[in-house]
Design a protein around this ligand. Structure first.
Ligand code: UD1
Ligand code: UDP
Length: 371
């Protein structure tokens, strides 16, 4: 059986590298890797860390790319890849443009699609945007849907998807996180790049921040930056913020936060260093999807700068809280966690509703059986 795994961004690569390794361990499956490189530097960091060399690299990223421009570039290029490769199956992950377009290109050729991290729904097509529609399109096409949780499987069933193609596997991000943490524990030199910052901020509580959502560009990013300024004015707090390279994020953050004593704006971290940052943090403030899943597993309270989430399991468990993008609300939520140890203790419990670290093995087995 020949499989082409198609991905293009940092989170897809992090969540698919365990699947690629698990598939490669199954005899009789020829696993080919096609990256669109919708992300360039962020993707390459993960490829290098995970030891995956793409068979095909479409090098699609452009500076400040538009949704329609990227869609147009990818649909033709991915069609040509599938015509040349003629796989028995395509595997995609999540909800990016790469994922949606790869599924469509496969569908146009009647190639079956397996969807990893299927069934996440916020219920609002504008939040996250355009991801909520991307993953709904993939669900129309995929014959195998790997739901990370029972809630995600229920969402697919409620949409009328074939129950025989839905499998609850856990989220492969937990496989990636546990494997990476074990590697760092065995060899701390993999993540020593933050030692200088840790020394500079000794005695302060660290708030780790990430932000990149398209629906937050403009007013949302300005409000997030203003909130960070206020939080970092406290002498007992330091903010470490690996800034996404998107110019719509970087421009605002550099204008508002450069030069602040208690703020370290740094380049995106490779995955081992980011796991180390989460580990050394007191609170995580993010609009990311993947970080919402990782922080609870490490017992870190996570404040989510969104109004809705497709990952309600962390909120239900009490380890994540939706705080929106209103600046004063973000500040008051962070301050209440900093100043109320009971509230902090209630959120800072290691909780892992997203998986047990065995998702990739389950997925590889199901794919092998589907041949
Ligand atoms: C994309 C995904 C989003 C995912 C996010 C993860 C879509 C529509 N969006 O959003 O679902 O949560 O990735 O990070 O698929 N850039 C670089 N270097 C990089 C990566 C990005 O310079 O390595 C800059 C480029 O100017 C690029 C811009 O960021 O044009 C936007 O990249 P894009 O992939 O379109 O959007 P993201 O916001 O990263
Ligand atoms: N991440 C990373 N380095 C960073 C920031 C994030 O390796 O500097 C990882 C993080 O651990 C998570 C993934 O990138 O696994 C999340 O990516 P992102 O927030 O860009 O996308 P989303 O999950 O929102 O789609």
């Amino acid at each position: 059986m020949k499989i082409v795994v198609i991905f293009g961004t940092r989170p897809e690569a992090i969540k698919l590298f365990p699947v690629v390794h698990a598939l490669r361990a199954v005899p009789g499956i020829d696993t080919r890797i096609c990256v669109t490189a919708q992300h360039r530097g962020l993707l390459d960091q993960v490829l290098e860390m995970s030891g995956i060399t793409p068979d095909i690299d479409l090098d699609a990223m452009r500076e400040n790319q538009t949704l329609d421009g990227l869609t147009a570039r990818l649909i033709t290029a991915l069609g040509e890849v599938l015509d040349a490769e003629k796989p028995d199956r395509v595997i995609v992950h999540g909800d990016t443009l790469t994922t949606m377009v790869a599924s469509l290109a496969a569908y146009y050729r009647k190639i079956p699609v397996a969807h990893v991290e299927a069934g996440l729904r916020s219920g609002n097509i504008h939040h996250p945007w355009p991801e909520e529609v991307n993953r709904r399109i993939v669900a129309c096409i995929a014959d195998l849907n790997f739901a990370p949780t029972q809630g995600a499987a229920d969402a697919l069933l409620a949409e009328g998807r074939d129950p025989s193609g839905i499998h609850v596997t856990g989220n492969t991000v937990i496989d990636a996180l546990l494997a990476t943490k074990a590697r760092i524990d065995a060899d701390p030199s993999l993540a020593v790049g933050l030692d200088d910052l840790a020394a500079r901020f000794t005695g302060k509580r660290i708030v780790a921040v990430t932000s990149h959502r398209r629906e937050n560009f403009g007013d949302g990013m300005e409000a997030i930056a203003t909130a960070i300024r206020t939080i970092a004015a406290r002498p007992d707090v330091a903010v470490i913020f690996p800034v996404h390279p998107n110019p719509n994020v970087r421009g605002v953050m550099e204008a508002q936060l450069a030069g602040l004593r208690n703020v370290a704006m740094i380049d995106p971290l490779d995955y081992p260093h980011f796991v180390r940052l989460l580990d050394m943090s007191h609170i995580v403030l993010t609009d990311s999807g993947g970080v919402q899943e990782e922080a609870p597993s490490l017992g870190k309270p996570v404040l989510v700068m969104r109004d809705t989430t497709e990952r309600p399991e962390g909120v239900t468990a009490g380890t994540a809280r939706l705080v929106g993008t209103d600046g004063p609300r973000i500040v008051s939520e962070i301050f209440s966690l900093l100043d109320d140890s009971t509230a902090y203790g209630a959120m800072a419990r290691a909780h892992n509703p997203f998986g047990d670290g065995q998702a990739a093995t389950r997925i590889a087995r199901i794919i092998a059986d589907a041949r």
